[in-house]
Structures are given as structure tokens and as C-alpha cells.
Design a protein around this ligand. Structure first.
Ligand code: ATP
Length: 313
């Protein structure tokens, strides 16, 4: 998908800037810039904006396992900076090439034998076919011993919370690493809260995370914006505060965090090291413009207080 960004109200017209957009491509850029081998899998139309996506990803050193579908268009999103604090999104992705991602596309992507498969809860919201491909991908990867990372990434413009819960709840048990914002945990673990309405928020998070751990999830990662992030595991709970920076554009912070977390995991860092790298990457995302453009190389991690190996100084 591409985003077309306006600097003011869309109804007033003016210039639009085209950028590659999408949670998965944001994560792919973040992980690739930190020096890992990454392949992005998906589908685009046979149109210039589809070609733009592939060129941009390849220029970041990202491999592409992409089906070009001449019968469909590449997805588009208008992003309107309506006020300094309010950005509105208008999606034109129904029926797009990306929404037709299929089981065959999954087979092609997994044939390369990745160590980690990263999925987002956006894909199954795009179409029934994409939902089947998403479920198939999680099941195949889990069966093949590929580490499955799932970011809930709830998008209210695409489906309701109940619809998301019905699809994401059953698939979450295939995740080795389940990543959610603090208001998304109940979409993958709602059953655990029955009868616990009187619990405080922190207790509720712990109960939801515990139910996921019981189902076999290895790490439940909870993002809390400027309040930092935490990880629940069978051996305990870990917390990392956000890195203090001047925030100018918060979009993409979660994806940057995920890229940092997965990159540190690939490097063999422990949970605390993964959290710290995630926090540094999230801080880069919020303190630079764009969803992914400001993400650092490995050497640049040190700008915000992390060493090249990712541990804080
Ligand atoms: P998005 O959907 O916009 O990508 P998200 O809700 O998935 O965001 P956040 O929780 O907002 O993700 O951010 C992820 C991480 O990025 C946080 O856990 C934190 O480490 C870092 N982060 C977010 N906001 C800030 C901030 N204002 N200052 C410093 N770090 C931040």
C-alpha cells in the first residue's frame, strides 16, 4: 500500500507526497536497516505505485516475494494532517491486489525457510481470502518450527473489535511472540477476563497475558506508548521505560519497536535486551518524520543511547 500525504485539509487540495505504507513494510525496513536478511511477501497491482513499493523495499535491501496482479490495483491510503495533533486516514484498499494475498503466496514466502515469520492482524481484515492466507501462514510456520511473531495491530476502519476477536483469538495460540498495544490484549485473550471486572488495569493485563502464556505463547509484549513497554513470559515480567525524546510524529512507533525487538531476538539478546532495542527503535520513530524513514542503521542506534549490540550504555 502507498500513502498519499497532505500537509493540510484534503478538501483544500494541494500537493500530496507518496510514501510506502503498511505495518509489515515498516517492520521490514527496521529489521533490514539493523543488518538482518528480510523478505517482504505480498501482492501489488501492475501499476506505477506498485512498482514504487517494490523499488523502495529493494533499495532498503529487502527481498520481495511479491505477486504482481494485473487485474487489480495497489492499495492506496490518503493521510490528511487535519490539525497538528489529528491525522485522518482514508483507505482505498478494498479489492486491492494486497487484499487477494493467498495460500499460494504464503507457500512461496515460506519456501525460503525464514527463522521468523512476522504477521499482523491487519491482513485478515482485508478480505476472506487474506484471512485464510493469514491463518494458513501462522499454522504452517508453527508446524515447520518457524518462530511466529504476531502484532495485533487492530484497525477500527477495517473491522469491529468483535470481528477481530473472533479471528485473532484462535490464531494467537500459534504465536511464539504476541505483540499488542495495551488496549488490544482483550482482542486475543478475552476469555481470561470473565468474572474479573473488579480487577485493576495492571491485574487485568497480567490475567490476559497469563491466559496467552497458558495457551503456549512464549512472550506477550505490551506496548504503552510514551509509558514504555513490558513483556510477560513464563519466567517473569520485564519492563522498559520509553527513551526520552522530543516526539514529532508517533505513527509507526509500534512497528519500529517490533523491528527492534525482533532484531535483538535474531541477535540472540535476552528479553531485557529485546525490550531495550525495541524502546530505542520506537524513540527513533517518534522523533523523526514519517512512518519508517527515520529508522536507524545499527551504528546509529548509539545516537539514542544504545550500543551497536543493542544494550543501553
Ligand atoms: P502505532 O500504532 O502508532 O505504531 P503503537 O500503539 O503500536 O503505535 P506505541 O505503544 O505507541 O505503539 O509505541 C511503541 C513503543 O515506542 C513504546 O513502547 C515506546 O517504547 C516507544 N514510544 C512510543 N511513543 C514514544 C514517545 N512519545 N517517546 C519515546 N518513545 C516512545
Amino acid at each position: 500500500m502507498v500513502s498519499l500525504r497532505s500537509a493540510g485539509p484534503l478538501s483544500a487540495g494541494g500537493s500530496l507526497a507518496m510514501h510506502v505504507a503498511g505495518a509489515e513494510s515498516n517492520v521490514a525496513v527496521g529489521v533490514a536497516r539493523l543488518g538482518h536478511t528480510v523478505t517482504w511477501a505480498g501482492a501489488v497491482g501492475a501499476d506505477p505505485h506498485g512498482e514504487f513499493i517494490l523499488r523502495q523495499l529493494r533499495s532498503e535491501g529487502i527481498g520481495t516475494q511479491c505477486r504482481v496482479d494485473p487485474s487489480r490495483s495497489t492499495g492506496v491510503m490518503f493521510l490528511e494532517q487535519r490539525t497538528a495533533d489529528v491525522t485522518r486516514a482514508f483507505y482505498y484498499r478494498a479489492g486491492s491486489a494486497g487484499s487477494t494475498v493467498s495460500r499460494d503466496d504464503v507457500d512461496s514466502a515460506l519456501a525460503a525457510g525464514p527463522r521468523v515469520l512476522h504477521l499482523t492482524g491487519i491482513t485478515p481484515a482485508l478480505s476472506p481470502e487474506a484471512r485464510k492466507a493469514f491463518e494458513y501462514a501462522a499454522e504452517c510456520a508453527a508446524a515447520d518450527g518457524v518462530l511466529v511473531s504476531l502484532d495485533v495491530n487492530y484497525r477500527s476502519r477495517l473491522w469491529t473489535r468483535d470481528e477481530a476477536r473472533a479471528v485473532l483469538g484462535p490464531i494467537a495460540r500459534h504465536a511464539d511472540i504476541l505483540i499488542a498495544s495495551d488496549d488490544e490484549l482483550d482482542l486475543v485473550a478475552s476469555a481470561a477476563l470473565s468474572g474479573s471486572d473488579s480487577l485493576g488495569y495492571d491485574d487485568a493485563e497480567t490475567a490476559l497475558a497469563a491466559s496467552l502464556l497458558e495457551q503456549g505463547v512464549g512472550e506477550v509484549v505490551v506496548k504503552r506508548g510514551s509509558a514504555g513497554a513490558g513483556v510477560h513470559t513464563a519466567s517473569g515480567r520485564f519492563e522498559a521505560p520509553a527513551v526520552a525524546v522530543t516526539s514529532i510524529d508517533t505513527v509507526g512507533a509500534g512497528d519500529a519497536f517490533t523491528a527492534g525487538y525482533l532484531s535483538a531476538l535474531l541477535d540472540g539478546e535476552d528479553v531485557a535486551g529485546r525490550l531495550q532495542r525495541g524502546a530505542v527503535m520506537g524513540a527513533f520513530a517518534v522523533s523523526t518524520a514519517g512512518d519508517w524513514e527515520g529508522l536507524p542503521s545499527r551504528a546509529e542506534l548509539a545516537m539514542l543511547g544504545a550500543t551497536a549490540s543493542g544494550t543501553t550504555q
